[in-house]
Design a protein around this ligand. Structure first.
Ligand code: ATP
Ligand code: MG
Ligand code: MG
Length: 549
């Protein structure tokens, strides 16, 4: 097989191992903020961090970056863990940045003691005005020269809850003329009298991202801290804290965020879709969340394959959603059992088939999988076929059913249509056909050849089901960057519910989330909304890419 070339992160890691950096040890981490459900972009980061650890015989931590009490919830923590496991990865340790609050507070005290941090009483507006701009040096705050002793006291008072939100902040004392604006005395602690999902009301003081992330990496002795490109300008600050605090030298590397066409990859925006009820929840099958894709029937292996296929890079681009769908189809083709389901039924009566008689036919479950075996399906006088497999006035080269035309019923017989029965409004209600008894699949001696093969179900034991058909959730390729609000581009007909579907009875044994290929119709997965006796399927993906019409 073709040897894949190394991506830039693999090159870095291989060099580090060769140079004996950190004794050749590799420890990565996946650091979600528990403020929403994971999406396809996170899947890419998960595959990358866990994948690199695995490839280089290292480990990967799961660290909840839970330093912002207001938006974080335990429900999200649980969903994140379930999603990572489902994707097929195991973390070395489950950790929480909030477990480091005491240690991080200690780090801040150490900076104060070194004269490298101070308490600032300025308003947010004042600080913004003093920040300066690119090429324009900032102005030092009047509080910048506070003594170490005063800063220590004030910081302790902040922790003790003596001040309201926003009254004071702790800032690193770096350089108000630094060319990188992020290093102009960044805020590292803010007062927030808010309940935290894990630490409760223990703290009213919370560290900023920049003061929590790198130090958390360092506490865990992470060797390669991989984040997305927008943090590249934060790296000097990441390094500055580690250097000043004289702690383990973790190193940050950046790669380009992943976005997929017709999808939104921002938890904040996805939360709006949930809150405003554009979708039924975070795991609505139209959502680009891992839980939505799982419920839709996307196999974990297909998502991993997709992430591997698109790889990592340093430039952001929109990955075509058809690449993801291709991976899904390819995986399901190998693994999904075949069944017959008629989504839009019309009844067929085989007039020369004895009334009351049924027979059992043999049907292969999946010819792509030698272990899939066969199942027995019943056949009788009354069947359902798809309405679209019949044409009253057939066009040229129409190889399915029409007046006087013959077609093969999959796994069964050749039938010919002789009569159309209509109701008072002219709608076709039944097709009366005859079958050729010698044309049974597998033992056909009829000598009759037909081009078309259609699927069907036996009316006598068919099971009623509901099928949810899905279209793209957005009408434009790049909803996040399209004109106006992203919600202006929601596809209002992304869901259509078919509730007159007939499926073969073998599907009564289907388990939740199990995937099937409905012959000629695509892939479908059993939804958790199914009740005993009432099956509900979600369309996963069609058999072919039919979107680019
Ligand atoms: P969002 O904007 O959706 O909230 P985030 O980056 O704030 O995304 P985090 O929970 O902080 O979400 O993400 C955890 C990890 O996943 C981070 O390391 C982040 O860089 C990575 N990540 C998030 N979105 C993407 C994406 N679209 N592509 C690749 N990696 C991503
Ligand atoms: Mg983040
Ligand atoms: Mg975010």
């Amino acid at each position: 097989s073709e040897e894949k070339s190394l991506n830039f992160l693999e090159e870095i890691i291989e060099k580090d191992i060769a140079d004996g950096i950190h004794g050749g040890r590799v420890l990565t981490r996946f650091p979600p903020e528990p403020n929403g459900y994971l999406h396809i972009g996170h899947a890419s980061s998960i595959c990358l961090n866990f994948g690199l650890a695995k490839k280089y015989k290292g480990l990967c931590n799961l660290r909840f970056d839970d330093t912002n009490p207001v938006t974080e919830e335990t429900e999200y923590v649980e969903s994140i863990k379930a999603d990572i496991k489902w994707l097929g990865f195991e973390w070395a340790a489950e950790l929480y940045a909030s477990d480091y609050f005491e240690q991080l507070y200690g780090f801040a005290v150490k900076l104060i003691e070194k004269g490298l941090a101070y308490v600032d009483d300025s308003s947010a507006e004042q600080m913004a005005a003093e920040k300066g701009d690119i090429g324009v040096p900032g102005k030092e705050s009047i509080y910048r020269s506070r003594s170490v002793a005063e800063n220590l006291q004030l910081f302790a008072d902040m922790r003790a809850g003596k001040y309201p939100d926003g009254a004071k902040v702790l800032r690193a004392r770096i350089d108000m003329a630094h060319p990188n604006l992020l290093l102009r005395d960044p805020i590292i602690y803010r007062i927030k009298h808010a309940h935290h999902h894990r630490t409760g009301d223990q703290w009213c003081l919370y560290p900023m991202y920049d003061f929590a992330h790198g130090q958390s990496d360092s506490i865990e002795k992470i060797t390669h801290s991989i984040c997305t490109l927008e943090f590249i300008h934060h790296r000097p600050l990441y390094d500055w804290f580690i250097e000043q605090l004289e702690i383990f030298p973790s190193h940050q590397y950046e790669f380009a965020r992943r976005s997929v066409s017709y999808m939104i990859t921002s938890k904040r925006k996805l939360l709006q879709l949930v809150n405003d009820k554009y979708v039924s929840g975070w795991d609505d099958p139209r959502m680009p969340t891992i839980s939505g894709m799982r419920r839709r029937g996307y196999p974990a292996a297909a998502i991993r394959k997709f992430c591997d296929t698109i790889g990592v890079g340093k430039r952001e681009n929109l990955v075509d959603i058809t690449v993801l769908e291709f991976c899904v189809r390819e995986e399901l083709n190998k693994t999904a059992q075949r069944r017959m389901a008629v989504l839009d039924p019309v009844k067929v009566v085989i007039t020369n088939y004895p009334e009351g008689k049924t027979e059992q036919l043999n049907a292969d479950n999946n010819t792509e999988d030698e272990h899939a075996g066969t199942r027995s399906i019943s056949f009788g006088r009354e069947l359902y076929i798809e309405r679209e497999d019949f044409m009253e006035e057939p066009v040229k080269k129409y190889f399915r059913l029409g007046p006087g035309l013959s077609v093969r019923l999959k796994h069964a017989y050749i039938i010919t249509c002789n009569e159309i029965v209509k109701d008072a409004d002219g709608n076709i209600t039944e097709l009366h056909c005859t079958y050729i008894p010698e044309s049974k699949s597998g033992s056909d001696t009829s000598g009759v050849h037909v081009k078309g093969v259609i699927h069907w179900v036996h009316a006598a034991d068919a099971v009623k089901a509901t099928v949810r058909m899905y279209d793209r959730l957005f009408t434009v390729e790049d909803p996040a960057n399209a004109e106006g609000d992203f919600k202006d581009h929601i596809n209002t007909s992304s869901l259509s519910v078919l509730d007159q579907v007939w499926v073969e009875p073998a599907l009564l044994q289907a388990s939740e989330n199990e995937s099937f290929q409905f012959l000629r119709k695509g892939y479908f997965s059993l939804d958790r909304d199914s009740q005993p006796g009432h099956l509900v399927f979600n369309q996963t993906v069609g058999l072919k890419d039919t979107f680019a019409k």
